[in-house]
Design a protein around this ligand. Structure first.
Ligand SMILES: Cc1ncc(COP(=O)(O)O)c(C=O)c1O
Length: 361
């Protein structure tokens, strides 16, 4: 069954539907292109967010990119290699033998790099790279703030870099870090926190160089430091994820929300509307609340196939009206859907599979 065909007007779209506004996506990727095209550093888009080689290509072709992408998982990397990408960083640790074998098999088709923070894992990567006769690039991951992965000291970063250089099948490429910001109040504070985190990564980079090794890649970042990284000549690439599709979590950054769930109002009672989009088609991790676009609203209840929202600013709706539901996590939202519908100026331009959906391995 084909619904929401090319040329369908927004008002006639069957709901619920995952919509990407392609004009907004273009504006977001062009903001990065403008900032990075004539800069010393380049974007290496993180495709865990948009999960689509088609969309990743738009990011790369916009400019300001080094042509490579990041993934979080081996299975996401498989999707991107199949989608034609030749330069991939798995910005994460790959530790099980089975996944390392799959990583080696990808290295026959693409320049594969992976994060490391542990000597046993590094030795294992080398063992399988030799077995499969491939070279795996490695970047020492530096913990700067998240305490999930990454080395906690520059001494250990140096030790790992030395070992990587000694090992067969391994090509030491550099360092990487990723950080997140939680509470802050002013722009100065955002910059201060971003700089503090990035400095921790650079401390390890410099320690490796002082120990006599070359560091070719310094890969860091995310959406909240997209502008801060520009002041560091030593950073070579930026792992931007959310910026392309955006969500409610980064209202302070110069990007707009391109991905939304179009939903129909099926019931109205007083100031509450019930819409046909619920938990199955929206993602809201950490108890953050999805909102209706363009009005002040509060989530009253999130069912699986519906949700109830209280409209706080008096706006009146009719049953059958359509509203956009905005998410606090575009990555999780994309993972809920098999396809997205791309629109431009309220007309459907196409519909594409989300090939990286469900890539948990
Ligand atoms: C290692 C790594 N790099 C980059 C990103 C992208 O961050 P953001 O979505 O804030 O741009 C993530 C997101 O979780 C990540 O885990």
């Amino acid at each position: 069954m084909i619904i929401n065909k090319i040329g369908t007007n927004l008002k006639d779209i069957e709901t619920p539907e995952l919509i990407i506004d392609l004009d907004i996506l273009d504006a977001n990727v062009n903001t990065v292109s403008k900032a990075y095209s004539n800069s010393h550093l380049k974007m290496r888009a993180h495709t865990k967010n948009l999960k689509s080689p088609y969309l990743a290509r738009r990011q790369v072709e916009a400019g300001g990119s080094n042509g490579g992408v990041c993934t979080a998982k081996v299975s996401e990397a498989e999707v991107m290699v199949e989608g034609g990408f030749k330069n991939i960083l798995i910005a994460n640790q790959v530790v099980s033998d089975d996944k390392i074998e799959r990583l080696c098999s990808l290295a026959k088709f693409a320049d594969m790099k992976v994060g490391i923070d542990n000597i046993d894992n590094l030795n294992n990567l080398s063992k399988f790279a030799i077995k499969h006769n491939v070279i795996l690039g490695v970047l020492v991951e530096i913990n700067t703030s998240m305490f999930r992965c990454g080395v906690r000291s520059s001494d250990y970063a140096v030790e790992l870099a030395k070992r990587a250089i000694e090992l067969e099948g391994i090509n030491f490429k550099g360092v990487m870090s990723h950080q997140s910001i939680k509470d802050y109040t002013t722009e100065e504070e955002r910059w201060k926190i971003g700089e503090e985190y990035i400095d921790i990564c650079l401390e390890s980079k410099r320690a490796i160089e002082e120990a006599g090794m070359d560091v070719e890649i310094v890969s860091t970042g995310e959406t909240f430091t997209f502008d801060i990284v520009l002041k560091y000549p030593e950073i070579t690439e930026v792992q931007g994820g959310t910026y392309a599709l955006m969500d409610l979590n980064y209202p302070y950054m110069p990007f707009d929300i391109a991905v939304k769930v179009l939903s129909t109002i099926v019931d109205i009672y007083d100031d509450k509307i019930t819409i046909d989009a619920g938990n199955k088609c929206i993602a809201a991790p950490n108890n953050a609340t999805p909102l209706i676009e363009g009005v002040k609203s509060d989530l009253v209840e999130m069912g699986l196939d519906y949700s109830v929202h209280k409209i706080l600013d008096g706006k009146k709706y009719n049953i059958g009206d359509k509203v956009y539901l905005l998410t606090t996590h575009e990555d999780g939202l994309m993972n809920r859907w098999d396809k997205f519908v791309g629109i431009r100026k309220e007309i459907v331009e196409g519909s594409w599979d989300i090939l990286g959906r469900g890539c948990h391995h």
